[in-house]
Design a protein around this ligand. Structure first.
Ligand SMILES: [Zn+2]
Length: 151
């Protein structure tokens, strides 16, 4: 939201400057003229500060919009990507997301971590003949000894 208060202050200061300038046209007394001149300078500084403030907020808002557009694009990309996978049970003990058989891709078949998938993150399972302790999650049914969680 644009800083309406800053813009309002700038407009009020501009109106006051106009009034002072109109009053100064008719002044002949040097002291009164000088007093009005200081008031005018003060209003100009106030207006400048209000404009700078509104401009800073505008810049911050533009950056926020860019960040949100990027986040939306990432969600849209993931929504497309996730359609290529389906939830499968491997070795009767573990859930993974596997590529659908009809997925249109040249990628080799692979499995994704179900937890990461649900967090819009693509983590590949890797195959090891000897997995690290604590990371073994299932015996595979594809001739390899163990499957290690990617995360
Ligand atoms: Zn994971």
């Amino acid at each position: 939201m644009v800083d309406v208060t800053s813009i309002s202050h700038a407009m009020t200061a501009t109106k006051a400057m106009k009034d002072i300038l109109e009053a100064m046209v008719g002044l002949r007394d040097a002291n009164t003229f000088q007093t009005e001149r200081f008031k005018l300078q003060s209003l100009i500084i106030d207006a400048q500060n209000s404009i700078f403030s509104a401009n800073e907020e505008r810049s911050a808002l533009l950056e926020r919009v860019r960040d949100l557009e990027k986040t939306i694009a990432e969600f849209e990309t993931w929504d497309t990507e996730k359609q290529r996978y389906e939830l499968k049970t491997i070795a009767h003990v573990a859930l993974v997301y596997a590529m659908k058989k009809d997925a249109d891709t040249t990628e080799p078949a692979h499995w994704l971590c179900a937890n990461c998938y649900n967090n819009r993150k693509k983590s590949f399972f890797q195959y090891f003949t000897h997995g690290p302790p604590g990371r073994l999650i299932a015996l595979s049914q594809v001739g390899l000894n163990v499957v290690s969680s990617p995360c």
